[in-house]
Design a protein around this ligand. Structure first.
Ligand SMILES: [Zn+2]
Length: 148
């Protein structure tokens, strides 16, 4: 498996350009976006229960704490579709990447950042699963045809 570049190195030249974009987006988010709660990015491993799995990592954003939202995925009360379908189990949080990511003032910016983070995982490891990002549209089409 390819080793991820450290996300913590904000000023570093070796930071992946998509992670740099996330930091830049947070740094330039206007104060007028300030909502009641900050929004966090999170990602966890998807453990496949099917042959030839397409996805490796779930990427999301939340106005709750990462721990609270993750526990809703893990206990099944608010899991993602592919987990509810029994195709994957919720694996551990990707602390190696998410712990050094910035927070966002509003959901809209967090959703843009979520797309960038999904694209980052797609670029480095492949198989990101998210509501946003370049491949999200394709995933939605897949899911709709799946549900039909
Ligand atoms: Zn914003």
């Amino acid at each position: 498996m390819q080793r991820l570049q450290p996300a913590a190195n904000v000023e570093g030249n070796d930071m992946h350009h998509l992670l740099s974009k996330i930091h830049r987006l947070a740094a330039t988010e206007p104060i007028s976006h300030q909502g009641k709660v900050p929004h966090y990015l999170y990602a966890y491993e998807l453990i496949p229960l099917i042959d030839d799995p397409d996805y490796k990592t779930y990427v999301g954003e939340t106005g709750k704490s990462v721990e609270e939202r993750y526990s809703e995925h893990a206990d099944g009360s608010r899991a993602c579709l592919i987990v509810r379908k029994g195709h994957y189990l919720v694996g551990p949080l990707r602390r190696d990447v998410i712990d050094s990511l910035p927070t966002f003032k509003c959901r809209e910016c967090a959703e843009i950042a979520e797309g960038l983070l999904a694209d980052y995982f797609d670029d480095v490891e492949g198989g990101a699963y998210s509501n946003n990002g370049s491949a999200a549209e394709l995933r939605r089409e897949e899911m709709e045809s799946d549900d039909a």
